[in-house]
Design a protein around this ligand. Structure first.
Ligand SMILES: C[S@@+](CC[C@H](N)C(=O)[O-])C[C@H]1O[C@@H](n2cnc3c(N)ncnc32)[C@H](O)[C@@H]1O
Length: 374
């Protein structure tokens, strides 16, 4: 049984592990950056297709200590890379290294590449070319404190690239981060959600896809595993058919998105249509100061501007005050979740949070906070 590793955005390994369990993958081991899991290659296809939270799925192949380029070359040669692709195919090495004797990642990548292409040359007399844009085989090498981990990528483009988002406003959330945050809220998948500052609609589209059982990878044309020699096309197609057959046609509740920016709302509508969920999300141009609950009860989740990335602090401060007023006075009985990377602005809400998670939106440390509106 091959072992795999699903990488998660920081702070979301636990919800990713739960998600894998729900998919029927029981042999898991969580670390801060993701979850190791035991499965067949079919299980790997399934995680690539169905995980809403994973950033990428890899197959770890080697772990070793190394101090010199020769150590790297010697250890890489211990694994047979010629089984993954034909010698006429292409490859890319993604190398990074921290706090180690070898500190130049280009040197590291070169040593790994040399060891791999020499395996092909010895066996076939020819070697794969390097293609950094669209490789057939992507080898990921991470070095930390002279310990190296080597993995074969099975995803290709990162999994947040669902294929539905072509355009977005400023500071959109990555799709898998939005899905992971929704998982942290423990939303039941069966009740309305309002995003009063929805931007390109990522929270609502991800929530609607989950409610309608639409697999996040079902719109993608390709995954890294499809280019490997052991790809079992029939098994993949059967899995895709079975997954798509489980989609729901309709829901008995709705999602609601508001934003002041007309252009960004158009992007949100286009994205929702491409994701196949436009019939369950209503988008409306409105300021957070004036919105009213569109239904009696539900959950609010939003990612207001942080000031670091959009606008200046004074304008944004007013937006937080308006948000706080709207929640307190008009959303009584609702649960609200806020993602913000700005502690001062959160304090300005003058609301008491009942739960707090630390997560990262790109490089920005953020808090996801829960408020019960009484
Ligand atoms: C950080 S972005 C949200 C990004 C969104 N989560 C996404 O994934 O695309 C914040 C959004 O708040 C909107 N906004 C700013 N001030 C607002 C206000 N007073 N009322 C409603 N929306 C506002 C902006 O137009 C922007 O789209």
């Amino acid at each position: 049984m091959p072992n795999f590793f699903a990488a998660a955005p920081k702070g979301l390994a636990e919800v990713l592990e739960k998600e894998l369990h729900q998919m029927g993958i029981s042999q898991t081991q969580k670390i801060a950056s993701g979850v190791f899991f035991d499965s067949s290659w079919e299980g790997c296809y399934k995680v690539n297709l169905c995980s809403r939270i994973a950033s990428r799925v890899m197959k770890p192949v080697l772990d070793f200590p190394a101090y010199t380029g020769e150590d790297i070359y010697f250890n890489i040669k211990k694994h047979d890379f010629t089984k993954y692709i034909d010698p006429k195919a292409t490859l890319r090495i993604e190398a990074s290294v921290k706090e180690s004797k070898i500190h130049d990642q280009r040197f590291l990548a070169m040593k790994v590449k040399d060891a791999i292409v020499d395996q092909f040359r010895d066996k076939f007399g020819i070697r794969p070319d390097v293609d950094n844009a669209n490789p057939d085989l992507r080898v990921i090498v991470r070095g930390h404190k002279n310990e190296y981990h080597v993995a074969i990528d099975t995803s290709g483009d990162p999994l947040f690239m669902r294929g539905y988002r072509r355009e977005a406003g400023e500071a959109p959330l990555k799709e898998n981060l939005a899905a992971g945050l929704l998982a942290l809220t423990e939303w039941d998948g069966k009740s309305p959600i309002v995003d009063p500052m929805c931007g390109s609609g990522t929270f609502l589209i991800e929530a609607a896809m989950k409610a309608m059982n639409i697999a996040p990878g079902s719109m993608r044309k390709s995954f890294g595993f499809m280019k490997l020699n052991n790809f079992e096309k029939e098994k993949w197609e059967a899995l895709l058919d079975e997954t798509v057959a489980q989609e729901k046609e309709e829901l008995d509740f709705q999602f609601f998105g508001y934003d002041v920016d007309r252009q960004v709302l158009q992007y949100a509508k286009d994205n929702a249509r491409r994701a196949g969920v436009d019939q369950v999300i209503s988008f409306k141009k409105e300021t957070v100061a004036t919105i009213e609950p569109p239904v009696e009860k539900g959950m609010v989740i939003t990612n207001p501007p942080y000031a670091i990335r959009i606008g200046d602090e004074d304008n944004v401060r007013d937006v937080y005050r308006d948000l706080s007023f709207t929640l307190k006075h008009r959303f009584k009985g609702w649960t609200a979740w806020l993602l913000s990377g700005n502690k001062d602005l959160i304090a300005d809400l003058k609301l008491k949070s009942t739960r707090k998670f630390f997560v990262y939106n790109g490089a920005i440390e953020c808090r996801l906070l829960k408020y019960e509106m009484f």
